[in-house]
Ligand binder design. Structure first.
Ligand code: FMN
Length: 226
């Protein structure tokens, strides 16, 4: 066993967490490319590497932020390429509620504060003021199997960013207005948007970044057979 490697990995995995308030400073291009080059090493079924990833920075990031925020401001109904499959139930609902509670508590949003909750949701569409965002597309006719490959890419990317000292947040919300994202990027209809990842350096003073969530124990999630 390589003790140094496992300690590094533990540090990275525990060091990554969703950041929802960023400083505007852009991340140098060399650092960004280094993280994406590592993400490219993610495993995929038959090495198909089915992800197509668009990274926005600078003016394009601002145009994207404005376009998504305008959709939300106009009250447009989200139309993700991969529709919501239904409300979370039972323990999944409990976990969803716990994570929302942690965020709202950090932001000082009370139970009855509908306007506060909506404003918090709206921040998603501005990708929490991050200077960069990656949008992960899946070309047609790919489905759940290939989406799993994209998950491998996403976690590899976020761990690589963490190792480089860069913060991130995966955002399903960045897939809510898929047609708008395609329009801003000039992406063809056949490329379906899975989700986005905001990244940059955290604003340590932003209250959202004080939110912490835990995980189910091993016994609750993993069944070992022998
Ligand atoms: C595919 C995916 C989509 C997500 N979408 C959102 C989102 O739209 N908005 C958000 O604030 N967090 C989003 N998250 C972040 C999760 O809420 C977060 O990963 C989870 O609560 C665990 O917290 P942690 O990342 O800090 O460990 C998403 C995470 C993943 C993996």
């Amino acid at each position: 066993m390589n003790e140094d490697a496992i300690v590094s990995l533990e540090t990275l995995v525990h060091g990554r967490r969703s950041v929802r308030g960023f400083r505007p400073d852009p991340v140098p291009d060399a650092l960004i490319r280094r993280a994406f080059a590592l993400a490219q090493q993610a495993p995929s079924n038959c090495n198909t590497q089915p992800w197509i990833v668009h990274v926005v920075s600078g003016d394009v990031a601002e145009r994207m932020r404005a376009a998504l925020d305008a959709d939300a401001a106009a009250g447009r109904r989200p139309e993700p390429d991969f529709p919501f499959t239904g409300a979370y139930r039972d323990l999944y609902r409990d976990r969803q509620i716990d994570s929302a509670k942690a965020l709202f508590a950090a932001l000082g949003i009370t139970r009855d504060d509908q306007a506060g909750r909506q404003a918090s949701m709206r921040r998603n569409y501005r990708f929490f003021d991050a200077p960069h965002a990656a949008f992960l597309f899946l070309p047609e006719p790919f489905g759940p199997r290939e989406a799993a490959d994209c998950g491998m890419f996403a976690q590899t990317l976020m761990l690589a960013l963490t190792a480089l000292g860069v913060d991130s947040c995966a955002q399903g919300a960045l897939g809510h207005y898929a047609a708008t994202v395609r329009d801003v990027l000039g992406v063809p209809d056949g490329h379906r948007l899975l989700f986005g990842i905001a990244f940059g350096w955290q604003d340590a003073d932003h209250p959202a970044n004080a939110a912490r969530v835990g995980r189910a124990s091993l016994d609750e999630a993993i069944v070992f057979h022998a």
